[in-house]
Structures are given as structure tokens and as C-alpha cells.
Design a protein around this ligand. Structure first.
Ligand SMILES: C[S@@+](CC[C@H](N)C(=O)[O-])C[C@H]1O[C@@H](n2cnc3c(N)ncnc32)[C@H](O)[C@@H]1O
Length: 209
């Protein structure tokens, strides 16, 4: 994965390729006891590769230096103040190169496990992460919706390229045994607590069109 810009003259002609710097780093942020090989394991506590409080910005990595980030059950712990949360999203964007991938897993916001930990400070939902997409912001603005256009305000751009949910075993069994239909399952997911345990998102960082 490369993050580069070419040198151009004042007529836009490319004069020389800027030395291409490969974004090499892979970060496992909030690693806890789950160390990942090939990643810089980072946590505020314990014995990671790097002890760092992710709520304190700027982070120590250079702009465009990171090609992959893992945040496994971490983002819901960060930024009880909105400003700090937005600074974290800006740092994720700054350190990542174009097309970098961010894998996020969080407890589902309508699950007892989400409320069972006092260090969970915010729900991370598809709607929250969509606000950090410029495409999404432009669409909602053009439709006259009142969504906060965070990607445009902060000049960041993350696209959700994959999204998965894990059902609790009782609901998975109901669906697999055809006791409930797909529509009934979707109704339950939207309206009831303790249907989904975990959500996973894969975000792509967009810096060049
Ligand atoms: C639920 S644990 C997940 C650990 C690991 N990712 C895993 O999947 O096993 C959350 C981790 O985030 C770390 N964490 C919470 N706030 C942090 C902060 N401000 N800076 C760095 N790490 C933080 C905690 O220390 C903890 O290790």
C-alpha cells in the first residue's frame, strides 16, 4: 500500500515521482492481553509494545504511516467527551494512509454486556460511523436531513466496507431452526435488547479519489 503525491509543475505536468513511502505499520490499539503478531500492540495499561493513552493526542505515528488498525472492543471505551472522541477519529485518519483498513469490533449497544462495564463510554453504531463518511454527509445534506456532517467538518473520510453482527445463541438458534423468518429477526434486532452480542465494522480510509 502506497501513500504518495507526485511533484507537478505549475501546468500540472508531473516532473518527478515523489519518493514513494510505503505505509508499513499495523496497530493493535487497546491490545489488552490480546497481543497480535506483526502489529504494534498499544495500551494504556499492562505490558504492551507501547504504553499510550489513546485519549491523549497527537499520537506518536507519522501522517500516512499506518496501513491497518485493529480496535477490538476498544472504541466504546474511548472519548467520554465528544471533543476527545472526535480527536481520536481525526488521529485515526491522520496516521492512516489512503485505503488503509480499520477493523473495529464493539459490543452491541442493545446488549446487557454494553451496560455491564462502567468503562464503556459511548455506543458505536453504524449510524455513528456513517457520519465520518464524506459520501454519506453529502447525500444526507443533499436530501435536507439534519445529520451532523462530521466528515466534512473534520475533513476525514472513512467508508464502511463491511459490517457484520453476531447474534446471541438463543436468537441464532431460533433463526437457524426457521422458528423465525429473516423479517422477524430484523424486527427483533431493531426493537429488542439482547438479540445481537457484537458488531464488526471494516472501514476504509479515503484520502485520494
Ligand atoms: C475490553 S479490553 C479489549 C482488549 C483487547 N483488544 C482484546 O480484544 O482482548 C479494552 C482495552 O482498551 C484499553 N484502553 C481503554 N482506554 C484506553 C486508552 N485511553 N488508551 C489506551 N488503551 C485503552 C484497556 O486498557 C483494555 O486493555
Amino acid at each position: 500500500m502506497r501513500c504518495l503525491k507526485d511533484y507537478k509543475n505549475n501546468k500540472g505536468k508531473i516532473l518527478a515521482k515523489k519518493k514513494k513511502k510505503k505505509a508499513k505499520l499495523k496497530l493493535n490499539l487497546g491490545s489488552g492481553s490480546t497481543r497480535l503478531d506483526g502489529y504494534i500492540n498499544v495500551d494504556k495499561f499492562g505490558n504492551p509494545d507501547l504504553v499510550l493513552d489513546l485519549e491523549k493526542t497527537p499520537w506518536p505515528w507519522k501522517k500516512n504511516s499506518v496501513k491497518e488498525i485493529v480496535l477490538n472492543h476498544v472504541l466504546e471505551h474511548l472519548g467520554s467527551s465528544t471533543d476527545i472522541f472526535l480527536n481520536i477519529m481525526k488521529e485515526l485518519y491522520r496516521v492512516c494512509c489512503n485505503q488503509a483498513i480499520i477493523n473495529i469490533k464493539v459490543p452491541h449497544h442493545k446488549n446487557d454486556a454494553f451496560f455491564g462495564d462502567p468503562t464503556h463510554v459511548r455506543a458505536i453504531t453504524p449510524a455513528v460511523l456513517e457520519l465520518f463518511s464524506k459520501k454519506n454527509n453529502i447525500e444526507s445534506r443533499d436530501k435536507g436531513w439534519a445529520n451532523t456532517t462530521l466528515a466534512l467538518f473534520l475533513d476525514v473520510d472513512f467508508e464502511i466496507i463491511d459490517y457484520k453482527i453476531n447474534l446471541l445463541p438463543t436468537w441464532a438458534a431460533k433463526y437457524e431452526s426457521k422458528e423465525i423468518s429473516f423479517d422477524e429477526l430484523n424486527f427483533a434486532i431493531t426493537h429488542y435488547y439482547n438479540v445481537v452480542s457484537e458488531i464488526s465494522f471494516k472501514l476504509k480510509v479515503i484520502k485520494e479519489k
